[in-house]
Every structure is written in C-alpha cells, then in structure tokens.
Design a binder for this molecule. Sequence first.
Ligand code: SF4
Length: 406
Amino acid sequence: MNIKEKKKYIFPADEKPVVGIAGKEGPFKNVINALKPIDLSFAKNKSVLLKPNLGRIAKPEHGYNTHPLALAALIEIFTKAGASKIAIGESPLVGNSTSEAFEKGGIKEIADKYGIELIDMDVRPPVKKRIPDARVVHETKVCQAVYEYDILVSVPVAKTHMHTGVTLGIKNMKGCLYRHEKVRYHQLEYQNKNYPEKTLDSAISDLAVILLPDLTVIDGYVGMEGLGPSGGDAIKSDFASASRHPMGADVLGCILMGIDPSSVVHLRLVSERNNFSLDPLSYSVFPGDYKKFIVPYKPPPTDISVQFKNIVVYENEACSACLSTLFLFLRRFKDEMSPYLLDDGKFHIAIGKGVKDTKKGTVFVGNCTRNHIDKCLFIKGCPPVPTRIYEAITGKEPDENEPEVE
Ligand code: SF4
C-alpha cells in the first residue's frame, strides 16, 4: 500500500495567520461562519479526512464529543470547495467501540445522509514514525488512514482537561495514535529529569513534530468544563474557532474559553518548538469583536475528591481512559458504596501508576495499580470497566437495564 508521507504544515512566515470565529448560531452555522474568512481553495481535488474527538459513546449534548452538525457543515464546505473525497475517521478512547461511538454520537446519521465513509482507524495496522529531536517519544505508531488523505482536519470539541489544561486541535492529534499507543503516552515516567514539564506535555509536543492538522475547527457548541475530558460538566458555549494555522484556532479557542493560552503547557511547548505564537494579537482574527463570544469555562479542579461527597479519590498519572471509568463508576454507583466506607466514614479508591500513601482498605483500580495487589482489593483492566468495579466490590451484578452512558 502506498502510504503518503505527510508533510509538516508550515504557514508562510510573512503572513499573519487568519483565524475565523463565530458564535450564537448553533453548531452548523457557527462552523460555516467561522470558515468564511479562510481560503479553502487548497482543498480542490484533494481528499479530506475529518478527525473529530469522540471521547465517549455518548449523545452530542453531553459535551464529550464533537457535534455531528459541526461535521455536517465541514462536509458541505469541503464539497463546495471541490474536495475529491471526504471521510470521517476516529480511533477513540481505549475500551470504546468506534462504531458505537459513531452511532450514539449522531455521526453515522450524518455520514449516511451525505454518503461519507466512516473509518475506524484502529482496524488496519499502524504506520511507525520516528520523531526527530524528540524529548520523550522517539518513535510512535500513527493510524494508517492519516497518511492516506491529502488534508487532515482536526475537529475537536472544546474541553478542559485534568492533565493538559485543555484539549483542542493539537491535543486532538493524539487521537490519531493507534490503539494502546494513546495509553503509552500516559505510561511514560511522569517527569523526565531532563525537562521541567510533565512528560505527557512533552509527548504531545513530540507528536506535533510529525503530525499537525492542515485545518483546525473547534466546535464549542456544547463543550466540557471542570473535570474534563470525561468527568466534567457540559457547557453550552455556542462558538467555533477555525484556522489553517495549527496554533491559531487553539490560541483563540483558549481565549473564548476564558483561558490564557500561554498557561497551557503543551501549547507553550509546541509553540516554542515550532516558532508559533501564543499571542492572539499575532493572528488576524475575524470578526474583530470576537470577544463577545467568550464563555469562561471552569478550570479542572486540583483535587477530584471534592466533587464526590464521602469519596476519597487517589489519582496520580492515570490516563483519560481510567479517569473516565472512575467518573462513570462514581456517578452511577457512589450511593451504593456506603457499606464499604472506611473508619473515617469515606470510600477510598485509587487509579494511576503514581498512587502511593493510600489509606488501608483503599480499592485499587486498573492494571497500573497492580503493585498494590497484595494490600487490598485490586480490580484489573486497562482500561477497567465501571460495572466490573461494582461487581468486584459488591459481589453483585448491576442492573443491566440502566445505561452506563446516556
Ligand atoms: S490501567 Fe488505567 S491509567 Fe493505567 S494505562 Fe490502563 S487505562 Fe491508563
């Protein structure tokens, strides 16, 4: 198979990159309007891969996933621009079924309507890529589909993120990693002695050396604030931010979320390594009065336990898949944990390979915590499954009629 080499995207140095912003008109029109100032003639006779963020098997209104109507707008726009072929591809969170995520997220319906191919990017073998001048990831496995299309479009939903501050267009490229390769980025040593930043931030900036989107369109119709990317609250912010510059849409996306882009470590690293600017004034932003679309997002909390009364969560170096499982478990079953409280009147649960100093009687969840196996209840899985955690703790089967995710 002929795998095309994806060139690193370079914006002309003498040009002030254009960022289009829109809001208050719903997911479809926001995307159409945000793309108005952006020249899409480069798409003529080119194949286009739309890469949404399908973090979970969930309906669009929950803020986990890119809204299907944002994708519908992009399909219409690229069709008008003369694209030869358009597809939607995703390699979702480990443990989730791609086809179910497409179905539940309303994306299959859109694909059927427009006759667009949906690609489960985890099916075919990956392409191994060396990363020159890497900080922490020297070689990585990228899904093959990424290299089979001329144009890669990152279409994230706007979310805050427990580990990386935000997850927008650049972070969404991590979803192009093949299967467990995504998890591997979380399993690296938390801190590399050569760099002051968290290793995950360095790893994302390494990936950006070989993989950046040709166009980013951030869907902020219903985003996620607080405990993102999977345990936060939906926020109807109703904006979109778009740019051909790989950093432009993210910088303005942060501004629209009320977040200083220079405080987001992976964005700072990517900007330093690629000479991209984090200053919104470095971009030509349309419309000039875009600040009217700002909807401040609650930042991720530093302590997860405060979200759940009488629950103590130990979390250190857990990846999004485990965090997501934990939140789903607690949301559904926390009220049934009262027989399992420790002598402080609280239920203690731990995830992530960095956890230590836990109270005796803590429940350890996920393969990363297996070094605690002899201490107490250990529940395996990578990622673990909420219902299996419930079964292991209670010895009972949960009510299967109750859906895990609506
Ligand atoms: S056990 Fe959990 S934290 Fe560890 S790699 Fe698997 S999903 Fe991530």
